[in-house]
Design a protein around this ligand. Structure first.
Ligand code: AHM
Ligand code: MG
Length: 333
């Protein structure tokens, strides 16, 4: 097998399609390197004394794990000095992180969830890093939070790393989705899947069923029809998977289809769902759409939502097109 490294892939893309400017290429290489470092820390587990909680809370009032904080630091440090960014934002930081004045500034803005699936860290189940890249407004070296308030359609790149049995990096620049596997001995990312495609139909769904009693009627209806199997209105049996790491659930869907749902529910209307728009839902929506899938909040395309807050939450329905269309239609009826 001829091995194509991440660097070679990026350089060739830049040459043939002019789709990846040099500064963006550097940004992706730096993020990929940071993910390698996070993967190493994750892999050490108890031996690296990285497991357990950190006795702090993030802006969402969630107790932070040691690895949440470590991963955030790794991404900040790796991306500060290269001159490719104007600012960063993270699930683990209340406000945006401008690039310190001692470094040159670039035209991009990076948003990330440094370690997604935090509840799985201490039990050795797949977790990941999700990121989204936006452009700073023209000539803006010192962006404010307001400058981050761009719809998902404005993303110039998005990706995630999944730390599982293998460490993988999945990337899109708006020109299809490619997957790289980390060669742990060589320390390099190798292209292992090109142009990933999500089948439009599926018999697999993912939702946290323990919240069923709080769901709105359209979600109740949709899931009940799936559960009714071949004796119900769908006339076929569906299987369920829920990993509680969005990266791992999305990775499965990219490989064999499926629908992932984290709906809003009746508990707290000020908190529409659990997932955050800017650094979870938008980058995943971009990847899923680029692989031929769909992503909505039950009413509209996620990437069309005009954000108003950095840590804004959003209901999420994503994956195989036909199922996303059906559950969205139930909401609109
Ligand atoms: P996190 O960013 O704090 O880890 O939360 C996001 C995660 C997703 O990866 C996952 O889909 C979801 O939370 C699981 O939620 P639940 O624990 O309600 O099943
Ligand atoms: Mg998360």
């Amino acid at each position: 097998m001829k091995r194509i490294s991440l660097t070679q892939y990026l350089v060739e893309e830049q040459r043939s399609n002019n789709s990846i400017p040099a500064e963006l290429r550097l940004l992706i290489e730096v993020v990929a390197r940071a993910c390698k470092t996070i993967s190493h820390a994750v892999g050490k587990g108890a031996l690296g004394e990285v497991l357990g909680t950190a006795d702090t809370e993030n802006v969402q009032g969630e107790v932070q794990k040691k690895l949440d904080i470590i991963s955030n630091e790794i991404l900040l440090e790796a991306n500060e000095w290269g001159g490719h960014l104007a600012a960063m934002a993270s699930e683990e930081m209340e406000s945006i992180h401008p690039i310190p004045n001692r470094y040159p500034k670039g035209e991009y803005m990076l948003l990330f969830d440094p370690l997604d699936g935090s509840s799985n860290i201490d039990v050795n189940v797949s977790i990941g890093t999700i990121f989204s890249v936006l452009k700073a407004p023209e000539g803006m070296a010192q962006p404010t939070e307001q400058d981050f308030m761009q719809a998902g359609t404005k993303q110039v790149a998005a990706g995630y790393a999944v730390y599982g049995p293998q460490t993988m990096l999945v990337l899109t620049f708006g020109n299809g989705v490619n997957c790289f596997t980390l060669d742990r001995e060589m320390g390099s990312w190798v292209l292992t899947q090109s142009n990933m495609q999500i089948p439009p139909t599926t018999k697999e769904f993912a939702i946290n069923m323990s919240n069923a009693r709080h769901w709105h009627p359209p979600v109740q209806r949709y899931v009940n029809e799936l559960l009714a199997g071949d004796t119900g209105p769908r006339g076929t049996n569906f299987n369920m998977r829920w990993i509680a790491s969005m990266v791992a659930d999305v990775h499965r869907i990219l490989n064999r289809g499926g629908i992932f749902m984290y709906p809003a529910d009746l508990r707290d209307t000020s908190m529409p769902g659990k997932l955050r728009l800017m650094y979870e839902a938008n980058p995943m929506a971009f990847i899923v759409e680029q692989a031929g899938g769909a992503a909505t909040d039950g009413q509209q395309r996620i990437m069309d939502i005009a954000p108003h807050k950095l840590h804004q939450r959003v209901p999420v329905y994503l994956g195989s097109k036909d199922e996303v269309a059906r559950v969205t239609a139930y909401h609109q009826e």
